[in-house]
Design a protein around this ligand. Structure first.
Ligand code: 4NP
Length: 151
């Protein structure tokens, strides 16, 4: 069983979308995996995903309205096999916090997608709905690549 944690800054846009896309993709493939998301920051802890994120997920048949933001914590490095950061700042914060004996492999979300290693999932928070549509496309590609790697 694989365990994957998706990480972004606020845990209200990119990582809950990645969590929703991955949960749906793994369920569709009939593969059981532990999937969660978190933020490096604590501003939105306890809140549901941004309404624009909920809307783009719903438009693709995925309900993320029940998710609640949480902050990355030290136990995550022992609990998860893989922690995938949305952008380079998230990844550098993640590496700075990682204990020496981290079980989790740390990478960018798009490192999982052939041909897109090193790319960031852009932060859609201050933009318009186009940004959320791009974000959904990116995290869906990540989810599909993770499932393909397990199939
Ligand atoms: P996320 O987006 O990291 O994809 O959840 C953001 C959410 C909130 C903020 C920034 C990015 N913020 O500055 O409050």
């Amino acid at each position: 069983m694989q365990s994957i944690l998706f990480l972004c800054l606020g845990n209200i846009c990119r990582s809950p979308l990645a969590e929703g896309a991955a949960r749906a993709a793994f369920a569709d493939a009939g593969i059981w995996a532990e999937i969660d998301s978190a933020g490096t920051g604590d501003w939105h802890v306890g809140r549901a995903p941004d309404r624009r994120a909920q809307a783009i997920a719903r438009a693709h048949g995925v309900d993320i309205s029940g998710l609640a933001a949480r902050q990355l914590h030290l136990e995550d490095f022992a609990q998860f096999d893989l922690i995938l950061a949305a952008d380079h700042e998230n990844l550098s914060d993640l590496k700075a916090m990682a204990p020496q004996a981290s079980r989790a492999k740390l990478a960018l979300m798009l490192d999982m997608v052939p041909g897109r290693a090193g790319e960031a999932v852009a932060d859609p928070y201050y933009g318009n709905s186009d940004g959320f549509a791009r974000c959904w496309a990116d995290v869906s590609a990540v989810a599909a690549a993770l499932v393909a790697a397990r199939s």
